[in-house]
Design a protein around this ligand. Sequence first.
Ligand code: NAD
Ligand code: TDX
Length: 352
Amino acid sequence: MTTQKQILVTGGAGFIGSHVVRLLVNNYPAYQIITFDSLTYAGNLSNLKDVMDAKNHTFFKGDITSEQDVKAAFEQHQITDVIHLAAESHVDRSIEGPMEFVHTNVVGTVNLMNQARASWKELDGHIFYHVSTDEVFGSLGDEGFFTETTPYDPRSPYSASKAASDHFVSAYYHTYGFPVKRSNCSNNYGSNHHPEKLIPLMINNILNKKPLPVYGEGINVRDWLWVEDHARAIDVIFHHGEIGCNYNIGGWNEWRNIDLIHELCKIMDEELERKPGESAELITYVKDRAGHDLRYAIDATKLFDELGWKPSITFEEGLRNTVIWYLNNQDWVKEVTSGAYQDYYKNMYNQR
Ligand code: NAD
Ligand code: TDX
């Protein structure tokens, strides 16, 4: 028999959050899932269209930095647990405007924890789960992996804001005995990923025969994980992870950006029946990202050994599925790339 839980999922209308909400709504009918999201440019209710009206799902439009909004959500829904994903998430935007990242990622996280502390009389039985990133560990050279004990060394305003929020989460555990869990995950990919990020941006530009902007020499390495496998890991850690612990989540799947872009070009040539090599002609080297971290690579052994989680699909399958999803969901792409996205893209592109 599953215990009745009323779980607040912040950022549930975003890329990863929507996959987490879907998994929880479908797999735990006895839970009530409350998506809490302010619907910034990155949040979109159509990401949740298949679960929006489910009996065990509610949407609450609110801002994590607002004491009033968070208090109202906790009181109206008697929140028992929080899975916190709401954040400003794009490194390039953090370079342009760091303060928004401090406000949302740091102040918002502390505000949520303060409300949870105020609402939860007994801390036993509650969980505050903070979803974080591998970028807090900094940049690797050619060798080695990030483990749970790698010292923090954030190098972009985005990663500094996530590192600060991780530190507050850990401080609340040690200071107040606040029941936290945390995970640090590598780069996600999959459906509903905003086209400001590498993989969907490249798919969109290949489709529209626009230049493919490769930062620097394209030699930076990222470790890619299927977003639904991240959601599965969050489920496992939420239910079985230890309070006060953090877990690294990764795909053991490192790719140099330029190799990944060539792979995407190859899949797109096949799917669009273009001649081999046609899409790769769009590759354009542009000015590098400031402070561009060279390599991220996660060692997810602890999660595998202690909780038995491992990725469920290969990168080849996941990447092709992703391409097909974007080709079949052009309405979604048009919706998120209209208006403000055009100004953002023009501004980014002019700088490069
Ligand atoms: P996203 O940008 O797609 O979604 C963020 C969501 O948060 C959006 O729905 C947005 O509307 C909401 N939001 C933003 N500010 C808010 C506020 N003040 N109040 C309420 N809602 C707000 O992000 P994502 O890629 O899905 O990332 C989700 C989380 O996972 C973030 O915390 C991010 O740091 C972390 N993460 C992301 C990745 C990745 O590869 N994308 C990897 C590891 C960790
Ligand atoms: O147009 C581009 N050209 C390019 O070469 C873009 C958008 C990116 N890049 C490079 C920069 C990175 O080396 O591709 C790599 C991936 O870039 P992003 O998709 O912006 O991801 P990254 O900066 O690695 O951060 C992502 O992973 C960790 C998420 O955005 C973060 O939220 C997450 O924490």
